[in-house]
Design a protein around this ligand. Structure first.
Ligand code: ZN
Length: 262
């Protein structure tokens, strides 16, 4: 029996963060993320970044820049044509800054419905985060409706549970924390935020990833070809992949290779 629940480095746990809207606080927050070698995604509104290429690129270089629409309306209240413009113009501005295709998003004001989701694919958006806390550690069934574990202001008890159960085969793999850096208002808030990062950092059982790195890895895993007797593995992607065989053996299938694993 093969199971997919193994991530880069053969690890079984993932921690990711995302912060919406962009603010001056992102600079200080990112310095903490870099200090603790954690990864985050920053969902930005392009209208605030027109013509600001170089400086913004340097701030976010170790993290992911992703869409949050051009001007932060309510997607569920927009005609489709308006929503398409809001996303495509945001992408263009953010791609000029980042230098890579920006295909991640979070719904501004957490606003979405089935119609909004149906527009995402036409705009080249691969995942979009909601604001519905699961208080659990699920991977999303639908990446266009990616519910986070919790907001960062209430993450401490969940972080403790995640770490306590880190070796349990019953616990789900992904701890996803979201928020806004502008919610960090005073030195007490900064201290609390740093405590959370410190608690989750430097754990050799956790893969620290941006949102899009998780999407890309899971997507690549689904491309894996496995023989019926589960001995031959072909990885046609450019990403090293890992799977678990018979609940005991972790198998690495390097990018672009075919291997035999008994
Ligand atoms: Zn927002």
């Amino acid at each position: 029996m093969i199971q997919y629940h193994v991530y880069p480095g053969g690890l079984k746990r993932i921690v990711t963060f995302s912060f919406d809207d962009g603010s001056q606080n992102d600079v200080r927050l990112i310095s903490l993320f870099d200090k603790y070698r954690l990864k985050a995604t920053f969902h930005l509104n392009g209208k605030n970044y027109i013509g600001k290429t170089e400086n913004v690129k340097a701030i976010y270089q170790n993290h992911e820049i992703a869409c949050h629409t051009l001007s932060h309306g309510w997607p569920s209240r927009m005609p489709n044509a308006s929503l398409v413009t809001e996303i495509m113009r945001d992408r263009e501005i953010l791609e000029k800054i980042s230098g890579y295709p920006v295909t991640g998003m979070s719904y501004p004001s957490g606003s979405y419905n089935s119609n909004v989701i149906s527009v995402m694919d036409s705009c080249g958006i691969e995942y979009s985060r909601t604001v519905k806390a699961t208080n659990d550690f699920d991977l999303p069934e639908d990446f266009l409706e990616w519910n986070p574990s919790c907001h960062f202001k209430s993450a401490m008890p969940l972080a403790e549970r995640f770490l306590r159960d880190i070796d349990s085969q019953w616990t789900k793999p992904l701890f996803y924390i979201w928020g806004h850096s502008h919610e960090i208002r005073n030195e007490d808030d900064w201290e609390e935020t740093e405590e959370l990062l410190k608690l989750l950092a430097n754990n050799n059982k956790i893969w620290y990833a941006t949102n899009i790195e998780i999407f890309d890895y899971i997507s690549a895993q689904k491309m894996l070809k496995i023989s019926a007797d589960e001995r031959i593995f072909y990885n046609p992607t450019a990403t090293d992949l890992w799977v678990e065989k018979d609940k005991s053996k972790i198998i690495k299938i390097p990018a672009g290779t075919r291997i035999i694993a008994d």
